[in-house]
Design a protein around this ligand. Structure first.
Ligand code: ADP
Ligand code: GN1
Ligand code: MG
Length: 362
């Protein structure tokens, strides 16, 4: 293994002694390990500090958020041990900090592994979509009264016009000579420019409101309980910061409705499954419905299309820039990812009237 995990584990105040560790999960940004001592299983992560430039502030957010959620759960059910599985319990280092810096300057964090639950890269049934969306809605609801404002861990993270400007800059630079591969994808994205500022215009007009949102609600960022099927714990808190509820709902539509993975090569398998959209909508509204205003609700179907296009343009930008942001595991991986997003956006457009009708009826 490229890191001495046993050594790193000794930087944290853990229960027991290190036994084993393995790489874990399919995230594109951090390095994640499942690690066991003789007493307890943990998740250990190396924070990607070329992306998250201020890891100390990031961990300050992380702890504030997880403690706030813990307090909500405690208020609800004081002594049920199962409640310990519903938020991330961060382990402190021997310096009493919620992170550990190794000899090479790497930032590590560690929290308790939630047993008997798992994440899904592709959802199998609509009850999982309902459960996941309900959990992400509850997450926003729980954080509605978080005192103060969180740090912005990545500026303009869901600013679609700014992401579009980044794409145009990558096109102009064509640093790797890859522009020739991407004409249809680029055309599709360019043709929809007028839509990219819609949510920000609504925000500026005071029709929708900034809240504390997760901002990376990929469906594999919620743990689904193996026994009950409930969305037990929202994870991957790096980008929890001020945002619009639509960023979260949109990313659920992007990642929860297609039957194929984000990097599927056979595009005929990619599309928006209406029953999954319906389950996401019903699940999200079951917990977020009471704090969203009428206009915010009305814009939920649109957010699915917008965030799908936004992430599609980020994959394309990274492909053109030489794969410097998202981890890739094969040649053209980012282009493949971009293509699924375009296919999905197309499928959303085709079903958009029905999506809107359903939304209006709820
Ligand atoms: P990334 O930022 O790389 O996506 P995540 O924090 O989402 O990293 O973790 C990667 C994967 O590890 C998740 O998709 C999930 O399967 C698993 N995981 C993360 N935290 C926990 C936890 N506390 N308990 C169990 N599994 C976890
Ligand atoms: C990244 O870390 P992960 O894999 O959950 C990215 C998201 C993208 C997603 C695309 C900090 O999420 O914004 O939507 O990949 N996270 C960051 O799969 O950029
Ligand atoms: Mg993740």
């Amino acid at each position: 293994m490229e890191f001495d995990i046993a050594q790193i584990s000794r930087g944290f105040m853990l229960d027991g002694n290190f036994v084993t560790a393995e790489r874990y999960g399919t995230g594109h940004i951090n390095d994640t390990f499942k690690m066991s001592t003789d007493k307890q299983t943990y998740i250990l992560q190396r924070i990607n500090t070329s992306i998250f430039r201020e890891p100390v502030k990031l961990m300050e957010n992380f702890v504030r958020v997880s403690k706030h959620i813990e307090s909500k759960i405690a208020a609800e059910k004081a002594v049920n041990p199962a409640t310990r599985r519903r938020f991330l319990q961060v382990m402190n280092s021997y310096k009493n900090e919620p992170y550990f810096v190794d000899d090479n300057g790497n930032f590590w964090r560690c929290y308790i592994f939630v047993d008997e639950a798992r994440t899904y890269d592709v959802l199998e049934k609509s009850s999982q979509a309902f459960a996941a969306a309900k959990a992400f809605g509850a997450f926003q609801n729980d954080l509605a009264d978080l005192p103060g404002r969180l740090h912005e861990t990545i500026a303009n993270f869901h600013n679609t016009p700014s992401r579009f400007a980044d794409l145009k800059a990558a096109v102009a630079a064509d640093k790797c000579g890859r522009l020739k591969d991407v004409a249809p994808e680029l055309d599709f994205i360019m043709a929809r420019e007028a839509e990219y500022s819609l949510l920000l215009n609504e925000l500026a007009a005071g029709n929708v409101f900034e809240r504390t949102t997760h901002n990376d609600t990929k469906l594999n960022n919620v743990l689904i309980d193996d026994v009950t099927g409930d969305g037990i714990c929202v994870i991957d808190l790096d980008t929890v910061m001020p945002g619009l509820p639509h960023y979260d709902f949109g990313d659920m539509v992007r990642t929860g409705t297609s039957p194929a993975p984000e990097d599927e090569l056979d595009l005929s398998k990619v599309g928006m499954r209406f029953e999954m959209f319906e389950a996401l909508l019903r699940g999200f509204l079951s917990t977020a419905g009471n704090f969203l205003n009428a206009r915010e609700k009305e814009l939920l179907p649109f957010s699915g299309k917008l965030i799908t296009l936004e992430i599609g343009m980020r994959f394309l930008t990274d492909y053109l820039s030489g794969d410097v942001y998202f981890k890739i595991h094969r040649e053209k991986h980012n282009l493949d990812r971009c293509r699924t997003q375009i296919k999905l956006a197309q499928s959303i457009e085709e079903q958009f009237d029905a999506m809107r009708k359903l939304n209006d009826s709820l």
